[in-house]
Ligand binder design. Structure first.
Ligand code: PEP
Ligand code: MG
Length: 577
């Protein structure tokens, strides 16, 4: 009997093959007490293992960066930061010394304590960090035991990798031509495993809880990276169906690459700016390779994550100016720091402790409360404008006064830089993100003073529907097609048009090609999505008639029930090839 296991769709495509179980052997941790006079020797044994693990990890990182490119340095750095953390090693040493236990058990005990603390936080970001720490701990234990993890290099035939976690170091031994998919126990859509699978362009499903315990090596499986499902022991008909779907996906991808140099223009001639959402300078290559026309959302907060100290103005300037330059002749919309909510950083410990961070000091609010951080970033961005087309956008704007305060600070920094003789672009557009209902409802006021508006549906839906965007218990209520959302999008677009400003969408709603005709009909001038989805959205734009899309949008706006509105949208024929 086939079994279907549901997880999160982490990397698109269909993979069919036999299981290659990466974590076949469970680590058996020896537990014993050591005599007081043996403590020194045991600590030395632990330190030696720590040192060796760090060296191994550094070597893996170098190899991995050669394979995946520098854009993945952040992933590897996350592990290195953990292993170098003096708190972790002193905690383990203390455990050996005080509890008089062997090094393996001391590592295990410390890991359990850290895991427990992170579990209490019930937050996706911290779950990922917990997984990272556990992974590093397991490597140290393996080193102590002299046991190597099964390596992907042992793979001899086309297979589906089933593992507890996928690590950057695994990519070093992986033979891309043999790996047809990944099924991973831990992680969410933004986990390291998901990001790695996407950059390798291999289908993946993550967050499968304990799939490693549910399958055995050699068993048949299908990985559906589009729907986030794994089928174990599929029947012949299912294999046939999935094979067909896989063929269509491969053919689509091949066909769509031909669109790279063609404009994103509707059948009746409306030119849409089709841009990309990125997080680092290293993503620029992919942006251009997929035929994006600029960056519609550069999430600057990633430069601030996984570190103890704030990035300096020079470091930020280096990052932003290189990005703006690489993107020429296209523009880059840099969003100022949107830290807070689910995006936390070590340096923030001293800044906020909030009961309800999503409704707290995040985005522009955080910047206005800590103007020294915002000013440093704005100076770096303004100076970068001499190297490319820089646009600046404030996140989490909730009304005109907040936007004015942000803009005032920006103008003050601009003035100071000009007086100091800095070379800046003569005109830098300043926009507002529309992701709080109060901003959408007053978009007419904001559009008078902003140069553009960009709709962030990820937050707009969360705040309009009162649905935490990362809470799976209420995920079924997170609904882009709710009339309230569509009305807010329309209001924002109308306000921008009436004030002669452009309006875009950079939330995930824009990344689903199914919504493209509707979004065009609602009045989007710009659409910004992850680079890999640009060809699909471009294809739909090029086969849409704007006049018809407007009719479709009006019709859908007259349907109050979500299910009926969805039904109407599903009747729109989308041709990808
Ligand atoms: C959004 O909220 O839609 C958005 C694009 O911002 P983020 O996902 O970074 O909060
Ligand atoms: Mg947002």
């Amino acid at each position: 009997m086939p079994i279907i296991i549901k997880g999160f769709a982490a990397s698109p495509g269909i993979g069919i093959g036999k299981v290659f179980l990466l974590d076949e052997e469970e680590l058996i941790i020896p537990r014993h007490y050591i005599p007081r006079e043996g403590v020194k020797r045991e600590v030395a044994r632990f330190k030696k293992a720590l040192d060796k693990t760090e060296k191994e990890m550094k070597k893996d990182t170098e190899e991995m960066l050669k394979i995946l490119g520098k854009g993945h340095a952040r992933l590897a750095d996350a592990y290195l930061l953990i292993i170098k953390d003096p708190l972790l090693s002193s905690d383990i040493e203390r455990e050996i010394t005080k509890e008089l236990v062997n090094a393996e058990l001391a590592v295990q005990n410390c890991l359990e304590r850290v895991s427990h603390t992170f579990d209490l936080l019930k937050d996706e970001y911290f779950m990922e960090r917990k997984n990272d720490i556990v992974e590093v701990g397991q490597r140290i234990i393996r080193q102590l035991l002299g046991k190597k993890k099964r390596s992907l290099s042992e793979m001899k035939e086309e297979s589906i990798v089933v593992a507890h976690n996928l690590l950057p170091s695994d990519t070093v031994t992986l033979k891309a031509e043999l790996v047809k998919g990944f099924c991973i126990d831990v992680g969410g859509k933004t986990s390291h495993s998901a990001l790695l699978a996407q950059s390798l362009e291999i289908p993946a499903v993550v967050g499968l809880h304990n799939i490693t315990a549910q399958v055995r090596s050699g068993q048949s499986v299908i990985v559906d990276g589009n729907q986030g499902e794994v089928v174990v022991d599929p029947d012949p008909q299912a294999v046939l169906n999935y094979r067909r779907e896989r063929e269509i996906h491969i053919q689509e991808t091949r066909e769509l690459t031909k669109l790279r140099d063609l404009p994103a223009q509707t059948l009746d001639g409306k030119r849409i700016e089709l841009a990309a959402n990125v997080e680092s300078t290293e993503d620029c290559k992919a942006v251009l390779a997929y035929g994006c026309e600029g960056i519609g959302l550069f999430r600057t907060e990633y430069l601030f994550l996984n570190r103890k100290a704030l990035p300096t103005e020079d470091e930020q300037f280096d990052h932003y100016s290189r990005t703006a330059k690489q993107m020429l002749p296209y523009a880059t919309v840099f969003r100022t720091l949107d830290i807070g909510g689910d995006k936390l950083s070590n340096f923030m410990e001293g800044y906020t402790q909030e009961e309800n961070p999503f409704l707290g000091l995040r985005g522009l609010r955080f910047g206005l409360r800590h103007p020294e951080i915002l000013r440093t970033q704005l100076r770096a961005l303004l100076k970068s404008s001499a190297f490319g087309k820089v646009k600046i956008m404030f996140p989490m704007v909730s009304g005109i006064e907040e936007f004015r305060q942000g803009k005032k600070i920006l103008l003050e920094e601009m003035q100071a830089l000009l007086e100091a003789g800095a070379n800046l672009a003569p005109k830098i557009e300043v926009g507002a993100m529309i992701e709080v209902p109060s901003a959408a409802i007053t978009a007419d006021v904001l559009a008078r003073e902003a140069d553009f508006l960009s709709i962030g549906t990820n937050d707009l839906i969360q705040y309009t529907m009162a649905v935490d965007r990362i809470n799976e218990n209420v995920a079924h209520l997170y609904e882009p097609m709710h009339l309230a959302i569509l009305r807010l999008v329309k209001m924002t677009a109308d306000a921008a048009r009436q004030n002669g400003k452009w309006v875009g969408m950079c939330g995930e709603m824009a990344a689903d090609p199914k919504f493209t005709p509707l979004l065009l009909g609602l009045g989007m001038d710009e659409i910004s999505v992850v680079p890999a989805l640009v060809p699909r959205v471009k294809k739909i734009i090029r086969s849409t008639n704007l006049a018809e899309a407007k009719k479709l949008a009006n019709e859908i706006l007259s349907i109050p029930e979500v299910s009926l509105a969805q039904e109407r949208l599903n009747r729109v024929k989308l041709t990808l090839i």
